[in-house]
Design a protein around this ligand. Sequence first.
Ligand code: NAD
Ligand code: TDX
Length: 328
Amino acid sequence: MRLLVTGGAGFIGANFVHGAVGEHAVTVLDALTYAGSRESLAPVDDDIRLVQGDIADAELVTKLVAEADAVVHFAAETHVDNALADPEPFLHTNVIGTYTVLEAVRRHGVRLHHISTDEVYGDLALDEPARFTAATPYNPSSPYSSTKAAADMLVRAWVRSYGVRATISNCSNNYGPYQHVEKFIPRQITNVLTGRRPKLYGAGTNVRDWIHVDDHNSAVWRILTDGQIGRTYLIGAEGERDNLSVMRTILALMDRDPDDFDHVVDRVGHDLRYAIDPSQLCDELGWKPRRTDFQEGLSATIDWYRDSESWWRPLKEQVESTYQMRGQ
Ligand code: NAD
Ligand code: TDX
């Protein structure tokens, strides 16, 4: 297949591209914002075409889409704290950018898989027995999740109104190599590695449903190849954990005292709990997550950050000074 991967120089996209080369001809379209990095694609440099550009650039997107058999659309502004500070880039990329991709696939009749998040469903109470399913109403809380919800709605409307051949997936929190150090798990690992104290928002009771990035990407492949057009699939790996226990696991794996961290100012409007019911994807498409041993996955991720200091070191000071200004 000739694949166009938007956001392929970001965390999940780069891991996806690493797995796609060899069997497929991959073009990456990425604006290389602060979150994208050529170095994340260094292992596959010779096997891909990297085009630096904006997904809201209609002329460029239309040209690249015309050359592709399928588009996997990862590109987005993704950090909730950044969206709270300045929502405009989230509207531009997540809404106008997705609209631009949709118009191009509509024009050329190209298959699209749109990557989204469980945050579009809002949050759950800690003791709520129900988890998110494809039938859960959208109820986004943050500027980030509201722009992702808007993008999902555009995709659904373009399928229904124009017959665009698209699928959507909404995944839970990913972890693994090449994740930007602004995000929770890599921030804490690199805090320890640089002699800083890890930072927990509020009391740390918030629950996230963790999935290894390789499992997210294997599900994306399954949906791209076997998914039913127009459908939404929820991707999760039964990985619910509260932030305090994730923090303590990182500290234990890095031989630090369990209380060796700071509580900092909580996130405004902080979603309490996300939880995905992945049974539909497992039952209908026969997908199964494989990297479900969280300690093992976290330990491998810690090793990756230990061994990849040249990848994250140039980002670290800037990220921490921004957090410091926000009291986090
Ligand atoms: P990321 O922030 O690491 O990477 C995003 C990439 O998109 C970067 O390479 C960036 O340069 C690129 N980009 C941003 N604006 C662009 C634009 N206007 N034009 C072209 N490229 C642009 O993000 P990620 O964590 O890899 O997330 C990828 C996708 O997965 C996003 O759509 C996100 O909403 C979704 N998602 C992420 C998670 C998670 O836990 N990280 C979970 C569920 C869903
Ligand atoms: O330093 C921190 N301390 C802390 O306690 C940071 C950066 C975060 N947190 C908390 C906030 C969240 O409860 O950890 C949890 C995870 O935070 P993030 O890594 O910022 O992720 P989250 O807000 O849950 O969103 C992520 O998962 C869904 C991705 O960033 C989104 O792009 C994806 O859609």
